[in-house]
Ligand binder design. Structure first.
Ligand code: MD6
Ligand code: FE
Length: 199
């Protein structure tokens, strides 16, 4: 997509059922919820997390929190199947030995979208982000380092993985409103796992 940002197609293998069942177990412990931005706007995308840190937003701002604010308990652990997939993808993308400590899980229903943003709440901007798509296809918008740069559009399907770091780490990006549909394994939704190294 750009220097430092690659799109890997169809990276699921025999691990696919394990990834999906691990995802279900996480969501049973830490359900999806729609968070409020500092501007007071409720996001159309519902979110949860796993790993030692979870990304949250509320009226007071964006942050990483060791606890789920809904339950007051730590986020579910990163499952070995997730870690394996993230490491394998990062390596194919040119980033060896990626060990994430956080995984933000986004859920899009038809019509949900993510406005153009930068991911800059992580302390370790040297590590890449690995972003895994499941379920319904989406249009990913990938711009430049300034919000005003025109974004390119890419179709992301179930099993596609974007690996993103180096000179692209702070590129603006977003997701266009999800088109309606029914995915054979995931139903009427798109789920995105973004693995980060926060600290
Ligand atoms: C999504 N992804 O695909 C939203 N951020 O649902 C992101 O915001 C994202 O895919 C940083 C790097 C890769 C991403
Ligand atoms: Fe992002």
């Amino acid at each position: 997509m750009a220097e430092g940002a690659v799109l890997l197609r169809g990276l699921f293998r025999a691990d696919e059922p394990e990834i999906i069942s691990a995802l279900r177990a996480i969501v049973a412990q830490a359900p999806f919820r729609r968070m409020v931005t500092p501007g007071g706007h409720t996001m159309s995308v519902a979110m949860t997390n796993c790993g030692s840190k979870g990304w949250v937003t509320d009226i007071s701002g964006y942050r990483y929190d060791v606890n789920d604010p809904e339950s007051g308990r730590p986020w579910p652990a990163l499952p070995p199947s997730f870690l394996d997939l993230a490491r394998r993808a990062a390596e194919q993308g040119g980033f060896a030995d990626f060990v994430p400590d956080a995984c933000l899980i986004n859920r899009y229903v038809p019509g949900a979208k993510m406005s153009l943003h930068q991911d800059k709440d992580e302390l370790d901007l040297g590590a890449p982000i690995v972003s895994v798509s499941l379920g319904l296809p989406a249009v990913f918008m990938f711009g430049g380092l300034a919000r005003s740069e025109k974004a390119k559009r890419y179709r992301l399907e179930h099993g596609d993985i974007a690996v993103w770091g180096g000179p692209a780490r702070l590129a603006y990006h977003g997701v266009a409103p999800l088109a309606d549909g029914e995915h054979p394994l995931m139903g009427r939704q798109r789920i995105n796992l973004t693995f980060r190294k926060v600290q």
